[in-house]
Ligand binder design. Structure first.
Ligand code: BGC
Length: 372
């Protein structure tokens, strides 16, 4: 009895001293940040996105960026502008943001080369610039670049198309290439990646690129006109279409439908736009490239916050040359998506839910491709 009491007493003493020690260790850690004013951080961040024809900017990039920023810095203000594919409007928006006193700028340039002026102006005012999704060329005012492996995007699109044409038994198929905007550095990278797959086949006489277009402003209407021209020139004989994104792919599909092509030839895309995912399910579009925009937008917000608070940035492990400097970069991995893996990618990530994809008219097609 005595021994047990002594043991209990000692246990209480040991536990009490452990608790006191733990409290003592924690106190400075929890009070220090508020004492140093971390909770009081505030600031203005400019987010400049390039176009409205492409749905990702309003449905994903902007809301994911703003939500992450709010979480990191509840009292910060995000000043948002979309340039509607107009480089001079974007310049005005950027100048207005600088006049407004933004401390960090996140810029997805309409024109990768022309945006050097914006980054130079920002630098002159001591405002760091994050080059978002598209690289800003020839400026040393770019602090970070966040994007995907964009050449790989073009390779995935081209390889998927080549594989599908082979599966359909096409020998020396005739394809049309509908590339993106000639002022977007990404469009050049998608095109380069795609050509790295197509060109050896063309040289070997196994593929013919009958028409190729660059599409100003990534406009779906322009893409529709381009496809119409190609169809007229080829007497509607098209075996496949390389479209650089879902918007241009949608334009090309509209042109082929109104020319009466049935079935439609395989056509590529990019962005996993809801309308494109639904076209894939019903068999109007062959594939898209899914780029998980949430981690892209969140990485941008994290880096913007680090720049605002002058704390180290830890996740920019690559370097990409922009003509003036090697920009510390975060490069994410794109994925090819067909009806076979929508569930394992887009739905699994909650990029789109089954309820959003498989609405009314699409419910039966979802069941056919095993999406439920
Ligand atoms: C983006 C694509 C987008 C295109 C048109 C590119 O720079 O990477 O995701 O579809 O611009 O806005």
């Amino acid at each position: 009895m005595q021994a047990r009491k002594r043991f209990s007493f000692m246990l209480v003493v040991v536990l009490a001293s452990l608790i006191i020690a733990a409290c003592g260790a924690e106190t400075p850690a929890t009070t220090a940040p508020s004492a140093s004013g971390a909770a009081a951080v505030s600031g203005k961040i400019s987010l400049l996105l390039p176009d409205t024809d492409t749905t990702r900017y309003e449905t994903a990039d902007r809301p994911y960026f703003e939500a992450k920023m709010k979480q990191l810095c509840p009292t910060c203000e995000v000043i948002y502008n979309n340039a509607n594919a107009d480089a001079s409007l974007q310049l005005q928006q950027a100048e207005a943001a600088l006049t407004n006193g933004v401390q960090v700028m996140v810029l997805d340039p309409v024109d990768s080369a022309a945006a050097a002026i914006i980054a130079d102006k920002a630098k002159a005012q001591g405002v760091p610039v994050i080059s978002y999704d598209r690289l800003i060329l020839n400026s040393d005012g770019v602090s970070y670049y966040i994007s995907f492996d964009n050449e790989q995007v073009g390779k995935l699109q081209a390889q998927s198309l080549v594989d599908e044409l082979a599966r359909l038994g096409k020998t020396n198929p005739q394809i049309v290439m509908i590339n993106g905007s000639p002022t977007d550095n990404n469009a050049a990278l998608f095109k380069k990646g795609a050509h790295s797959i197509f060109d050896p086949l063309v040289a070997a006489g196994k593929l013919t690129i009958v028409k190729e277009y660059d599409t100003p402003g990534w406009s779906p209407d322009e893409a529709q006109n381009e496809m119409q021209q190609a169809l007229t020139a080829m007497g509607n004989k098209v075996d496949g279409v390389y479209a650089a994104n879902d918007g241009t792919g949608g334009g090309a599909i509209a042109a082929m439908k109104s020319a009466g092509l049935n079935p439609l030839p395989p056509i590529t895309g990019q962005d996993a736009e809801l309308a494109a995912v639904q076209r894939i399910i019903v068999g109007e579009q062959y594939m898209t490239v899914y780029k998980a925009i949430k981690p892209e937008a969140e990485a941008a917000a994290e880096i913007a916050y680090a720049l605002l608070t002058k704390t180290p940035v830890n996740n920019a492990s690559s370097k990409v040359a922009n003509g003036k400097l090697d920009v510390p970069s975060v490069l994410l991995t794109p994925l090819a998506v067909t009806s076979a893996n929508i569930g394992d990618t887009i739905v699994k990530d909650a990029f789109w839910s089954l309820e959003q994809i498989c609405t009314g008219d699409f419910a039966a097609a979802c069941a056919t491709v095993g999406l439920k």
